[in-house]
Design a protein around this ligand. Sequence first.
Ligand code: ATR
Length: 266
Amino acid sequence: MTSKISGATKIFGIIADPIQHVQTPQAFNDLLLTRGVDGVLVPLHISKDDFAACIDGLRRVRNLGGLIVTVPHKVRMIGMCDEVTERARRIEAVNVVRREDDGRLVADMLDGEGFVSGLRLGGIEPAGKRIYLAGAGGAANAIAFALAEARVSHLTVANRTTSKAQELCARIREYHPDLRVDVGTNVPYGHDLLVNATSLGLRTSDPLPFDVSRLAPSSIVAEIIMKPAETPLMAVARSKGCLVHPGLPMLQSQIALLADFLKVGQ
Ligand code: ATR
């Protein structure tokens, strides 16, 4: 694929820290090939400290088609964009940014749709389920809104920084006043579907995102981490007889949506 890169090739980037785990380049570059697009997506390792300077620079790169945004930049990126969709504004985070020819950055957030359609592809229907969501960052916000729209029966949000869980619950209530929403602890019992939307599990030294000591075999455990493909949380849940849903379908089911938003191959 790289041998086909020429001066006319359009560049796309995925920004993250850490970066080694990202699975998007393979999936997105395969799609570019399938769609016959002269483009390439490359990983860009950008730390939180360098974030603003890097985005200012990338905005000026004239053959940059756009960026896919992941940990830990999804929330902060919204403040760097010139235009965001109504959905991303509500979620207060973005995961895809299109660079227009004049350098304007236009963004959307597709993680929630990706997560819910990935669940459904895995045979799991969230409607009517009691959900425990660990995390209140960019991905968790998107997933919370998408689950609320999918008509779950009850949503509990738990996060290390409790104030962020409280803020997320307040925003969900604003848009979904009929949904039962509350802030939880790290003990997830009494729920049908437990979702890890934190970054815990990316590093081998990470603790589990919530208490699993009394996990019932009837619980479904869903992960958003894509690499490792089997996180410690997934392994424990499997050992307790739970149905386990991995992180990769969330990406697989949104890759075409990301490409459409970036206007490649249309
Ligand atoms: P993303 O945009 O991918 O969601 P993020 O916005 O940086 O990334 O969110 C990361 C999530 O993982 C947050 O919920 C974060 O908790 P805080 O809001 O308290 O920061 C959670 N997280 C990250 N490291 C954690 C850790 N060591 N222990 C518990 N939660 C952690």
